[in-house]
Design a protein around this ligand. Structure first.
Ligand code: NAD
Length: 437
């Protein structure tokens, strides 16, 4: 990625298109409307509430991120999407039960106007869902053309200057990379033959990229993490990034594990289990969808601790992750971690974490930041995989020859240095020798 000579102005309307308008999507949209109406603060959003240090520590320059880089404002956003249920965003938000009724009542007007378009859906890929608000039956190729028409219609009906698509839909069954994902030609041929390697999420992504719309993947689905769709993103000059929002338990893991590693403390095992009762939990109760999530959650420790570089400390780790669907909890997940560590001379110790979190409350600010920063990347002329946005993902997409960086602190440094680079500011290395010369 080169430094752009100029960044296109963020003026005009930015449309946010979401395949999947369930708990995360509606909590995000309702949150933006609430913030605009002065009913809440964008807590958890780095772009809105975070600061960025510029120059030397003695310069005392630390503006808000949103005042440093030219981002679209919240009042420039407009929302749309697709779902297998026809409920408008107000009804879907009420069903999701994340936000309280009093707040939702005050947001009834803007939310009830957002009605999902008919989804591209196939139960083969999400077995625990059954919805009637779907397109087809039609060939995968034809479904992609229909989504392209939806995008064009949304753009013109709402007078959008730019669009970003972000997958907030369910986790699909685990799909291995297949030769049909190896090139754009193979991918398009497979769509025309209705090949099972083409999941519904890929059809949305293909349509978005063909329309010049960046695509972000909030679930662990394979989708754009394939040579075919990377090729299309490069060809069409659009940014892409995924996979799987880094919230709850995995966020805690990528905060704690770098700390243990920093102190050269050893690890014998990490057992993570949690209960959640929302629709996401129900979908993940299906072993085929859970497999996709499990892959995404298990990778982080290996990459952070690098056992191949330090056998003595991390060579024999037992890492287990369990998700249990437990309806009484709704969106208010509880995640327990038991961490078996060891210190000086191998003496064992334990850490217990009990995180009573709210899944969609943690995810909504990530959706906002990702939309705004990806729109920025697009206006800066950046295309393809945006690895600097790894900060937001459990399973960050990278160039094929790279391992993903999971340490949240390295990810944050990478993100902030990318913004400094973009704006022609000095990169911060934390060397700090100059203060003592
Ligand atoms: N909440 C979090 O903290 C978090 C973290 C990481 C990832 N995620 C992922 O984000 C996604 C959304 O989570 P959620 O809690 O909002 O789930 P949800 O079940 O409330 O919403 C998902 C919505 O997607 C719809 N859907 C499924 N397949 C679709 C398709 N092909 N086209 C259009 N709509 C489709 C469903 O009908 C549902 O309304 C899930 O994949 C979840 O695993 C969530």
């Amino acid at each position: 990625m080169n430094r752009p000579e100029s960044i296109q102005d963020p003026a005009g309307k930015l449309g946010v298109l979401m395949p999947g308008m369930g708990a995360v999507a509606t909590t995000f949209v309702a949150g933006v409307e609430a913030i605009k109406a002065g009913l809440g603060e964008p807590v958890g959003s780095l772009t809105q509430m975070g600061t960025i240090r510029l120059g030397k520590r003695t310069e005392n320059r630390s503006p808000l991120v949103k005042d440093f880089v030219p981002l679209a404002g919240l009042d420039q956003l407009c929302f749309g999407g697709w779902d297998v249920f026809p409920d408008d965003a107000w009804t879907a938000a009420s069903e999701a039960g994340v936000l309280d009724d009093r707040l939702l009542e005050q947001l009834r007007e803007p939310l009830s106007q957002i009605k999902p378009m008919k989804a591209v859906f196939d139960r083969e890929y999400v077995r625990r869902l059954e919805g009637s608000h779907v397109k087809g039956p039609a060939r995968k190729w034809d479904l992609a053309q229909q989504v392209r028409e939806d995008i064009q219609r949304f753009r013109s009906d709402n007078g959008c200057d730019r669009l970003v698509m972000i997958w907030c839909g369910s986790t699909e069954i685990f799909l291995e990379a297949d030769p049909v994902h190896d090139s754009l030609d193979a991918f398009e041929g497979a769509m025309k033959r209705d090949h099972p390697g083409i999941a519904p999420s890929m059809i949305y992504a293909y349509a978005a990229l063909q329309e010049g719309v960046p695509y972000l993947n909030g679930a662990p689905n394979l989708t754009v993490d394939t040579p075919a769709l990377v090729e299309l993103a490069e060809e069409r000059g659009v940014p892409i990034m995924g996979k799987d929002f880094k919230t709850g338990q995995t966020l805690m893991k990528t905060i704690l594990a770098p700390g243990l590693k920093a102190r050269s403390l050893g690890l014998r095992g990490w057992f993570s289990t949690n209960i959640l009762g929302n629709r996401d939990g129900e979908v993940l109760d299906d072993p085929y969808s859970f497999r996709t999530k499990e892959e995404s959650k298990l990778g982080v420790l290996e990459y952070i601790l690098q056992p191949h570089l330090n056998q003595a400390l991390y060579g024999d780790i037992h890492h287990k992750v369990r998700i249990n669907y437990y309806p009484p909890r709704g969106d208010e997940k509880e995640g327990w971690d038991n961490i078996d560590i060891f210190g000086w001379l191998g003496y064992p110790m334990q850490i217990k974490v009990d995180f009573l979190c709210r899944d969609s409350i943690l995810a909504a600010p990530l959706v906002l930041d990702l939309v705004l920063l990806t729109d920025l990347a697009q206006r800066a002329g950046w295309k393809g995989v945006q690895e600097w946005l790894s900060f937001y993902f459990k399973s960050p997409q990278t160039a094929p020859e790279l391992y993903p960086e999971h340490d949240v602190f390295i990810q944050l440094m990478k993100l902030k240095n990318t913004l400094r680079f973009l704006q022609g500011e000095e990169l911060i290395t934390h060397l700090g020798q100059e203060y003592y010369d």
